[in-house]
Structures are given as structure tokens and as C-alpha cells.
Design a protein around this ligand. Structure first.
Ligand code: DC
Length: 219
């Protein structure tokens, strides 16, 4: 039996992880949050105090890391880091770690290994283009930058820390790095279905995906 992968790509704040989680639950697939893998390596690098420009050391530590998903939580070297990887300091540094081709290779391999014996829904930036080019179906989610900033802002419990404008600028900066790096940049695959989630709620987006899946003959 061949296992199926559903690819969901798009820029920061497009709603990928929320819909990917819900979609995977509805269809009984395993969810892989590929951004969490980059975030876990970034956390390790920062915790160890490795210079962000010391590529060789970053690669060495990434190669020696044990990263697992257990019940939608991410474990780094046996410790649940699901919360820590969402810290601001990770948001600010993760795109630099994600630029390193060797790191991308390590993370592609982790994802392909998981998908070897499971049906998966995977969200990220390069899933449809690089990680699973033969995915059963590919979606590219986007939304206006203002809406993406608003969504991120609403996720913060402390609303005094950043203004929506600050978050908007962070998102624009991260999108720029993600879209312009040399190694598998953020890009819509030619055969991906574009969904603009501006003004749509989670259920509407998931319904649209389920409709497209059914048009492909279902899973
Ligand atoms: O989806 P996210 O915000 O958790 O992703 C964090 C960063 O990781 C993002 O800025 C770019 C990078 N990333 C990537 O390069 N490729 C992926 N497949 C997923 C994430």
C-alpha cells in the first residue's frame, strides 16, 4: 500500500497549522508541523549559545539531535519543547536556520521517514515543491498581510508587547527571507490549489480542502 501525503504550504500566519491540524483529525491522517522541526533546531542552537553564523557547529548539533512528534507535541532530545519553540526569540531567528541547505536536508529526511508508513498532512513552505513533490494533493494558503498580522496579534496573551504594526513588519521580514533564500524557498507548486483565507474562518477553509480532496476521488 502507498501512503498519502497532503501538502499545505504558504507564508507565516496564513492559517496553515490550524487548518492542517483540523483536516488531519477529520480524515485520520498524522499531522506533521515542519516549521516546528526548524524551530526545535533553532531552540537548541540558541540554548547552547552557538553563534548563528557558525554553520558547521549548527549542522553538527542538528545531526546529533533527536526530534520526535508524540501526540502533536514536539520533543527535542527527549524533552517536550512545544511551548518553548513559539517564543519570540525563535520567531526572530528561525528563518536564518532554515536558510542552511544541510539543515533543510536533515528536516526533509525526518519528514519522509515519518511519512514512510503513515498517511500525513504536512504544513510548511517547501512541502509541495521539495519534500513531497508527489503529494496526493497540494494546497497553498495565503491571506493579506494585514489579516495575517491581526491573527498573530490575537494569539499573543500580552497585547502590550507588540503592536499589530510591529508584528506586520516581522511577518514581512520573515516572508522576505523565506521567499528569497536559495535552498527551496517558499513558493507555490505549479500543481497546488491556491486558497486565499482572508475573511474565511477555519471551518470554511477545511471544507474547501475536503471538497477538493473529494474531487480527486477522496482518500
Ligand atoms: O510555520 P512556522 O512559522 O512555524 O515556520 C517557522 C520557520 O521555519 C519559517 O519562517 C520558515 C521555516 N520553514 C521552512 O523554511 N520550511 C518549512 N517547510 C517550514 C518552515
Amino acid at each position: 500500500m502507498r501512503f498519502k501525503a497532503i501538502a499545505i504550504d504558504g507564508p507565516a500566519g496564513a492559517g496553515k497549522s490550524t487548518v492542517a491540524k483540523l483536516l488531519s483529525k477529520k480524515i485520520g491522517f498524522t499531522y506533521i508541523d515542519s516549521g516546528a522541526l526548524f524551530r526545535a533546531i533553532t531552540l537548541k542552537v540558541l540554548k547552547l549559545g552557538i553563534d548563528i553564523n557558525d554553520i558547521n557547529s549548527i549542522i553538527k548539533h542538528a545531526e546529533n539531535s533527536k526530534i520526535d512528534f508524540i501526540n502533536n507535541s514536539i520533543y527535542l532530545d527527549g524533552i517536550d519543547v512545544s511551548k518553548d519553540i513559539r517564543d519570540d526569540i525563535i520567531n526572530k531567528n528561525v528563518s536564518y536556520i532554515a536558510m542552511i541547505p544541510e539543515i533543510r536536508k536533515i528536516i526533509v529526511n525526518i519528514q519522509r521517514k515519518i511519512a514512510k508508513n503513515k498517511n500525513v498532512v504536512v504544513d510548511g513552505r517547501d512541502i509541495g515543491t521539495t519534500v513531497f513533490p508527489d503529494a496526493f494533493i497540494k494546497f497553498y494558503l495565503t491571506a493579506s498581510v494585514d489579516e495575517r498580522a491581526r491573527r498573530r496579534y490575537n494569539q499573543y496573551s500580552d497585547k502590550t508587547k507588540y503592536s499589530i504594526e510591529d508584528i506586520k513588519n516581522q511577518i514581512i521580514h520573515r516572508d522576505y527571507i523565506d521567499s528569497n533564500r536559495e535552498s527551496s524557498p517558499l513558493k507555490q507548486a505549479d500543481d497546488a490549489i491556491l486558497i486565499d483565507t482572508t475573511g474565511k474562518n477555519i471551518d470554511e477553509v477545511v471544507e474547501e480542502m475536503l471538497y477538493n480532496i473529494s474531487m480527486k476521488g477522496g482518500i
